[in-house]
Design a binder for this molecule. Structure first.
Ligand code: SF4
Length: 259
């Protein structure tokens, strides 16, 4: 009997090794937690829902032969997350982790693509590191929406994704022609609409119906972007732009992610 390569096992091992090597570099100070790898089927209608509501590009539009989105999440060490709680400006550790984890994420894309190559699979990257559309206040491609489709967590304020290994860290993804995702539940259009509404409520953006924000969360925002009715994403983006002019994503601030 022929037993094939355990490609998911190999990907996880290779990712863990790459993180260890990255942490050992003398120029890297950030420490990371246990990574998570998720697999989402690009034929899942949830991606069509994202695409038609213009909240995320479709994996098949990025890479036609792609059947699976492989999502990786590397959490920051807990003390880095805690260092960013409260205050006006992001902590020094948080800012450094944001930048260093971006380099790590690019490396992990390479590691996963090399692993897939060993079993003859094709693959493609999903976005550029500076993917951000200021008109839409979002990325063209959302690793987190792909992670949600892969069942890796639920959303929180300003689009953070709460995984079993925390909300603070770096998501990345690649698309492959291999088929590695679990079978997905086929939702009808009413169910997809309900899911869209649920995601919008979890984001706590003020355009969504039924959003209420606590006084603690309102006070935690250094930009005054949060009211009881939700987050004003333009005010949030303008504030985040003062921290990172190329990627004015809520990630660079993250003060509301704790709620
Ligand atoms: S400015 Fe910071 S705290 Fe305020 S909504 Fe944006 S990410 Fe959250």
């Amino acid at each position: 009997m022929h037993i094939g390569v355990d490609i998911k096992g190999k990907i996880l091992t290779d990712v863990k090794d790459a993180i260890k090597k990255f942490e050992a570099r003398p120029d890297i100070k950030t420490r990371f937690g246990e990574p998570l790898i998720g697999y989402a089927d690009s034929r899942n209608p949830i991606f069509d829902m994202y695409f038609s509501r213009t909240i995320c590009d479709h994996p098949k539009r990025i890479y036609r032969p792609g059947n699976t989105v492989v999502v990786h999440f590397v959490p920051f060490a807990p003390e880095i997350t805690e260092s960013n709680r409260g205050g006006e400006a992001p902590s020094e550790d948080w800012e450094r982790a944001f930048n260093e984890s971006m380099w790590l994420s690019m490396r992990l894309n390479g590691v996963i693509r090399e692993a897939l190559d060993t079993v003859g699979r094709l693959s493609s990257c999903t976005n550029t590191p500076t993917d951000w559309n200021e008109e839409l206040c979002r990325e063209e491609w959302s690793h987190k929406l792909a992670a949600f489709a892969a069942g890796m967590g639920e959303f929180g304020p300003a689009g953070c994704l709460k995984t079993k290994n925390g909300f603070a860290g770096r998501f990345g993804s690649i698309i492959t022609d291999g088929q590695y995702a679990e079978a997905f539940e086929t939702l009808d259009s009413d169910q997809l609409e309900a899911l869209y509404q649920k995601i919008q409520r979890q984001y706590a953006y003020q355009e969504a119906e039924g959003v209420t924000c606590s006084q603690e969360m309102i006070k935690a925002c250094p930009a005054g972007a949060i009211s009881e009715k939700g987050i004003d994403r333009k005010i949030c983006q303008a504030h985040c732009k003062t921290i990172d002019k190329y990627i004015p994503s809520p990630e660079v601030c993250g003060k509301c992610f704790f709620y």
